[in-house]
Write a protein that binds this ligand. Structure first.
Ligand code: URA
Length: 435
């Protein structure tokens, strides 16, 4: 088999076989197929597309390019959750202890933040001592004993995807639905869970800005999951403004803790309950979503979800007293209020730009190697649709530098659009995609 022939085949709009896709992925991972040939193939795929079957074969080949976790030693149905990423997305922090407190086993691999979106690992590391660099034995033991463990993604998990994503990133071939879906699902399948609940974001802070693209991605991933024999459900949710009120690592951890006390922002709580309900049903801990919702609300009300978070933090070396005393977290040295420059409705928020405000404050990574300031970020006091008077506080900036505060403030104000007319209210949960 020759890579040249495969590129030609795809360029001419023909369908690649399972063997051809496996040959290509294996050769690229091992280095016998050079970047320039794979780049040409990615561009051919970008223009000619892939069938449902080809997408599945690509996903499976990437899944098996490295270690595939076998979680069968852990009792029960293991349910994973994945978010396509957004601003203020602290969902895993509250959701995983909630579902674990309801009896679902959570064995999760998470990533760090990059660009305007944050990462679960960075947020968890806000707890002094907390580590996601635990051995696989420790990971299994914690899941078995406490029902929950989160570790960093190992380099041996879907290495083909890692290499391919880096190539797509520099050859303008990221935004192809089949390539994105196979990239995400190859990692999820390699992580070994029995069922997968996907949180697909749409709006100005999301990867998929247009709702129809988010649904197309959700459908593509659900099909891959089904074809790979794993129950997969996708919830499409709004990311046209930050999730909840907090953006920035420690601020988001505190908001997740408040949510486990039942005092979280409505949109964030709704998302946790919705995703959690599907996780509980997929894991057979509940018969239907209504029963699941009741169970989730109960573990919030009786404190079991909060206790689960504390148990999880402690088991991974973190100081669990912070769960009960979030006032102990380090604080930024200055808090600056941003006030409304005019009276009117908040008609639009450029959500990605709000993520970038946190980035310029030092709360996010510009490159994989950047270090981050966990204390900085923003607290939104007003969200889309709110009517504000000139001079009213829109947000608070948490910062450790006057210059950075100024830069973030200017960016924030440019990200907000005011109007005399009340903007149309849109649904927060856009829809559910099932096989
Ligand atoms: N996230 C991924 O993991 N892969 C993509 O291709 C796009 C987003």
């Amino acid at each position: 088999m020759r890579m040249y022939d495969l590129i030609m085949k795809k360029r001419n709009g023909e369908i690649l076989s399972k063997e051809e896709i496996e040959f290509m992925v294996k050769g690229f991972t091992e280095g016998s197929i050079p970047d320039y040939q794979m780049s040409a193939m990615m561009m051919a795929i970008y223009f000619k597309g892939m069938t449902e079957e080809e997408t599945l074969f690509l996903t499976l080949a990437m899944e098996h390019s490295g270690d595939v976790l076998d979680l069968s030693a852990i009792d029960g149905i293991k349910v994973d959750k994945h978010s396509t990423g957004g601003v203020g997305d602290k969902t895993s922090l509250a959701l995983t202890p909630m579902v674990a407190a309801c009896g679902i086993k959570v064995a999760k691999m998470s990533g760090r933040g990059l660009g305007h979106t944050g990462g679960t690992i960075d947020k968890l590391e806000s707890f002094p001592g907390f580590s996601t660099e635990i051995s696989i034995e420790q990971f299994f033991e914690n899941v078995q004993k406490n029902g929950i463990a989160i570790m960093g993604q190992t380099k041996d998990l879907a290495p083909a995807d890692k290499k391919l994503y880096a190539l797509r990133d520099v050859t303008a071939t990221v935004d192809n639905m089949s390539l994105i879906a196979s990239s995400i699902m190859s990692k999820k399948l390699a992580a070994g869970a029995d069922a997968i609940v996907l949180d697909v974001k749409t709006g100005s802070g999301a990867f998929m800005k247009a709702e129809q693209d988010a649904f197309a991605l959700a459908e593509e991933m659900v099909k891959i999951g089904k074809n790979a024999g794993k129950e997969t459900i996708a919830v499409v949710s709004d990311m046209d403004q930050p999730l909840g009120e907090a953006v920035g690592n420690i601020l988001e951890v505190k908001e997740a803790i408040a949510t486990l006390h039942g005092n979280g922002p409505k949109d964030f709580e709704t998302l946790c309950i919705t995703l959690g309900s599907y996780m509980l049903v997929a894991g057979k801990a509940a018969e239907n979503e209504e029963q699941a919702e009741k169970m989730l609300r109960e573990v919030i009300a009786n404190g079991k979800a909060l206790e689960k978070l504390a148990q999880f933090v402690k088991a991974q070396g973190g100081d669990d007293s912070y769960v009960y005393h979030p006032e102990k977290f380090d604080r930024a040295s200055m808090i600056e209020k941003i006030v409304a420059p005019q009276t009117g409705y908040i008609a639009h928020i450029n959500c990605e730009e709000i993520g970038n405000c946190s980035l310029v404050l030092g709360g996010g990574r510009e490159t994989k190697e950047s270090s981050i300031d966990l204390t900085v970020g923003l607290l939104l006091k007003k969200k889309k649709g709110a009517y504000v008077q000139e001079g009213e506080v829109l947000a608070e900036i948490f910062s450790n530098s006057k210059e950075k505060t100024q830069a973030a403030k200017e960016r924030f104000l440019q990200a907000i659009t005011f109007s005399d007319k009340k903007p149309e209210q849109t649904a927060f949960i856009k829809g559910i995609v099932k096989a």
